[in-house]
Design a protein around this ligand. Structure first.
Ligand SMILES: CC[C@@H](C(=O)O)C(=O)SCCNC(=O)CCNC(=O)[C@H](O)C(C)(C)COP(=O)(O)OP(=O)(O)OC[C@H]1O[C@@H](n2cnc3c(N)ncnc32)[C@H](O)[C@@H]1OP(=O)(O)O
Ligand SMILES: [Co+2]
Length: 149
């Protein structure tokens, strides 16, 4: 397995609209699309662009949301996960399995349209870790990602 770039930092929030306002007005960040729902992941999502990465704002969608427990413990929200790219998701999954790391659920399609899986924070130095396959074309010539079009 070869570790690729940090793709995004997941940040849980009780209000994605208030979080977008904070990142735009306080942090002077670029938010180029409207929040959107990913019901299959139980979250509402909005990406904040930074020069070398992204912040992935996450609001719970439904009572079974995987971030509901985190927000119960951290009502104001906060840093939720780190996401790293890899060139080959199956090779990465096999490696973490061989190492005995707990993989949380199946490999599924993430917000960037490529396969992702999650590793349990208790096996990863306290960090909920998302592994995603590198998109073939991360952005088109306009700089917009597939989910923003
Ligand atoms: C937008 C789509 C996608 C993308 O393309 O990027 C996403 O990012 S979706 C993001 C949301 N989805 C997920 O997080 C899926 C994986 N997560 C899970 O399966 C669960 O959230 C979890 C990690 C198993 C936690 O489940 P939960 O029921 O909330 O808590 P537990 O009680 O089981 O937690 C056990 C233990 O772990 C600590 N914990 C929980 N969450 C985190 C965290 N984000 N970072 C660090 N540590 C965390 C929790 O505090 C417990 O510790 P103890 O209290 O010491 O027991
Ligand atoms: Co993520």
């Amino acid at each position: 397995m070869k570790l690729g770039p940090l793709n995004h930092v997941g940040v849980a929030t009780p209000s994605i609209d208030e979080a977008v306002t904070f990142w735009r007005e306080t942090m002077c960040a670029s938010v180029i699309h409207e929040p959107f729902d990913m019901p299959e992941q139980g979250v509402r999502v909005c990406f904040v662009d930074t020069p070398n990465s992204q912040i992935e704002l996450l609001e719970p969608l439904g009572a079974d949301s995987p971030i509901a427990g985190f927000l119960e413990k951290n009502p104001q929200g906060g840093q939720h996960h780190l996401c790293f790219e890899v060139p080959d998701i199956e090779a990465a999954r096999s490696r973490f399995e061989e190492l005995g790391k707990r993989i949380l659920g199946p490999t599924r399609i993430g917000a960037h349209g490529t396969p992702i899986f999650f590793l349990h924070p208790k096996d990863m130095g306290g960090i909920l870790t998302e592994i995603m396959e590198t998109p073939e074309k991360p952005a088109d010539e306009t700089g917009k990602f597939a989910w923003a079009q």
